[in-house]
Design a protein around this ligand. Sequence first.
Ligand code: ACO
Length: 325
Amino acid sequence: MNRMMVIGTGSALPARVLSNEDLEKMVDTSDEWITTRTGIKNRRIARLGEETSMLAASAARNALAMARLSATDLDMIIVGTITSDMGMPSCACLVQKELGATNAFAFDINAACSGFVYSLDLADKYVKADPGLKILVIGAETLSTRTKWDDRNTCVLFGDGAGACIVTGAAGNQGLLASKLFSDGSLYKLLYMDSAPSMNKELFRTENDGSYIKMAGKDVFKYAVRCMEGAVMTVLEREQVSIQDIALVIPHQANIRILKSLAERLGVADEKIYINLHKYGNTSAASIPIALDEANREGRINPGDFILLCAFGGGFTWGAVLFRW
Ligand code: ACO
């Protein structure tokens, strides 16, 4: 059977670093509070004019180089993002232009922090239908543009960045084994960003105070842990793979306490959970592909390894993907 396998990974982060000490000068917070509650030390912040599509294209170039492909080899580009440069066109079309990927069609997926996992699942369906396709899958965000910088409840959490991978069909037993996605729109008010100008604003009059991320932190925490655990167990059961056989879990990098709770509930040793959120904060759809690229380049992923990705985000959306690398 033809499976979808990853043949190249890449990532790109803005050069500018915003530390917890920098935030202490901006809002009433402390390095100690941020570190113990979130695990975050630094985050990267895009400079003015450094758009999501530019970070996405840089990550894509690194992934193309690893895959030894050129942009014109690509058939399709999917970008998971909630911070596209513009409402129209899609971020993916801007990436296509930037790369000169003239043979690819391109579109975005809006699934918040689950955007990369959703995009991978979709790419898998295309590859199953046409194994020769070469697809660029990206998660990219500039959440700093949608952060209320005087709200200490949220401004300490987020960062900017992009990660990418190139996927195609492969014979044999390697590749994506199982994926499962979920959504629950009835809970959207626990985590949302009001930025849809065509919405009937009358409905939201009292709470419409700008296009910033709004969040009920404690509720998000609770759902994130439970939902990711459920998604992971679903794909493992489907493939009859034990959690003990997993070489590395690469979860959405939201918060260290969410990741530790998840590890505990799954019964996974801490060292099997990949963590880089101390460096970059929560980069939404970009967090998994950035972590995947770092783990790949650090030699943490080897051929034949079972690798699990899991995500949770606004919508709510969540899901998990199981690979044999
Ligand atoms: N610095 C100092 N104090 C703060 C800060 C801050 N940055 N932020 C909040 N506080 C204060 C609050 O005002 C509150 O003070 P009060 O008791 O006087 O009212 C106190 O700290 C405790 O606030 P809580 O909200 O109870 O803090 P909690 O322990 O729940 O931690 C946090 C907050 C980190 C947001 C937590 O709820 C969490 O991790 N939630 C998960 C949300 C998340 O990760 N969201 C990311 C987006 S969603 C996703 O990616 C899955």
